[in-house]
Design a protein around this ligand. Structure first.
Ligand SMILES: Nc1ncnc2c1ncn2[C@@H]1O[C@H](COP(=O)(O)OP(=O)(O)OP(=O)(O)O)[C@@H](O)[C@H]1O
Ligand SMILES: [Mg+2]
Length: 160
C-alpha cells in the first residue's frame, strides 16, 4: 500500500485536545506516534488529549518532557511520552538499550520532536506535523507510511 497524507485544521487549543482524545481512543498498544512542529506548535496539547483517550490516570500531568526524556503515564493503555528536543540525550538513552523500553508492545509511544530520532523509530510510525497558518489555529498533516496499520485514521472527525 502506498503512503497516505491527510490534513486536519484545528481552530483552537480545545480542538487540538479533542483530536488527541480521538487519537487516543483508537491507538492500540505498540503504536508509535512522532510529532513534528516548532516551539509552541501544540504538540503537548495533543499529547494531553491522547492521554485522556488512552485512559491515563493523570492526563493533567502531561507536560513537555524536555529534560526528563520520557515520562510514563499509567492507564488503560500506558502512554510513554518522550521528547527529542535535545536529541543527544535521547540518542544516548537509546544507545544504552533504552529502545526496548520505548518500544514497549504494551504501551503507546509518542515522541515530540520525533524527526530528530527518526532513524530509531519503526516504519509504521504515524507522523504528525504541525504548522501555524497565518490566519490562526493549527494545521496537522498526518503521514502514514503503513496506512493498513491505521485504517481508522482515514475517517478523520470533523473538528475544524
Ligand atoms: N489549534 C490550536 N490553535 C491555537 N492555539 C493552539 C492550538 N493548539 C494548541 N494551541 C496553543 O499553543 C500553545 C503551545 O502549545 P503546546 O505547549 O502544546 O506546544 P508544544 O508544541 O508542545 O511546544 P514546545 O515545543 O514548546 O513544548 C498553547 O498555548 C496551546 O494552548
Ligand atoms: Mg511540548
Amino acid at each position: 500500500m502506498t503512503a497516505v497524507r491527510v490534513a486536519i485544521m484545528l481552530q483552537d487549543p480545545l480542538a487540538t485536545e479533542r483530536f488527541g482524545v480521538w487519537l487516543g481512543q483508537h491507538l492500540v498498544p505498540g503504536d508509535v506516534v512522532g510529532l513534528i512542529g516548532e516551539l509552541g506548535a501544540g504538540k503537548t496539547t495533543l499529547v494531553r488529549g491522547i492521554a485522556v483517550g488512552l485512559g491515563s490516570t493523570d492526563p493533567d500531568a502531561v507536560s513537555s518532557p524536555t529534560y526528563l526524556l520520557v515520562v510514563e503515564h499509567p492507564g488503560r493503555t500506558p502512554l510513554l511520552h518522550a521528547d527529542a528536543y535535545l536529541p543527544k540525550k535521547l540518542e544516548g538513552f537509546i544507545e544504552d538499550g533504552g529502545l526496548d523500553y520505548l518500544l514497549d508492545p504494551r504501551a503507546v509511544l509518542v515522541v515530540e520532536w520525533g524527526q530528530r530520532i527518526a532513524k530509531h523509530l519503526p516504519a509504521r510510525t504515524l507522523w504528525i506535523e504541525f504548522t501555524m497558518p497565518p490566519g490562526g489555529g493549527r494545521r496537522l498533516e498526518l503521514r502514514l507510511a503503513c496506512p493498513s496499520h491505521f485504517p481508522w485514521l482515514l475517517e478523520l472527525p470533523k473538528m475544524a
